[in-house]
Design a protein around this ligand. Structure first.
Ligand SMILES: Cc1cc2nc3c(=O)[nH]c(=O)nc-3n(C[C@H](O)[C@H](O)[C@H](O)COP(=O)(O)OP(=O)(O)OC[C@H]3O[C@@H](n4cnc5c(N)ncnc54)[C@H](O)[C@@H]3O)c2cc1C
Length: 69
C-alpha cells in the first residue's frame, strides 16, 4: 500500500484527503497543527452582520475524514 502525507488540513488538505480515501487505497496521513477549522467564506457574512463568527468555527477533529491518520 502506498503512503501519502498531506501537510495542512485546511480546505485543500481536507478535500484532497477525502477524495484520495474515496478513490484510492492509499494510506493517507495529514499534519495539521490547528485545533479548529474556520469556514472562511462565511466571514464575509460576519462582516455584514448576517452570520455569527462562532458558527464559522469547528473542531478540526470533527471535520477530519474518517480513515485519515
Ligand atoms: C473572508 C474570506 C472569504 C472567502 N470567500 C470565499 C468564497 O466565497 N468562495 C471560495 O471559494 N473561497 C472563499 N475564500 C477562500 C477560501 O476560504 C480559501 O481559498 C481556502 O480556505 C484556502 O484553502 P487552503 O487549504 O489552501 O488554506 P487554509 O484553509 O487557510 O488552510 C491552510 C492550513 O494549513 C495549516 N498550516 C499552515 N502552516 C502549516 C505547517 N507549517 N504545517 C502544517 N500545517 C500548516 C493551517 O493551520 C491551515 O489549517 C474566502 C476567504 C476569506 C478569508
Amino acid at each position: 500500500m502506498k503512503n501519502l502525507l498531506i501537510i495542512g488540513g485546511g480546505t485543500a488538505g481536507i478535500m484532497t484527503a477525502a477524495q484520495l480515501l474515496k478513490q484510492t487505497s492509499f494510506n493517507v496521513s495529514l499534519i495539521e497543527p490547528a485545533e479548529y477549522h474556520y469556514y472562511q467564506p462565511a466571514w464575509t457574512l460576519v462582516g455584514a452582520n448576517a452570520y455569527k463568527y462562532g458558527d464559522t468555527k469547528k473542531s478540526m477533529s470533527s471535520i477530519m475524514p474518517k480513515g485519515v491518520n
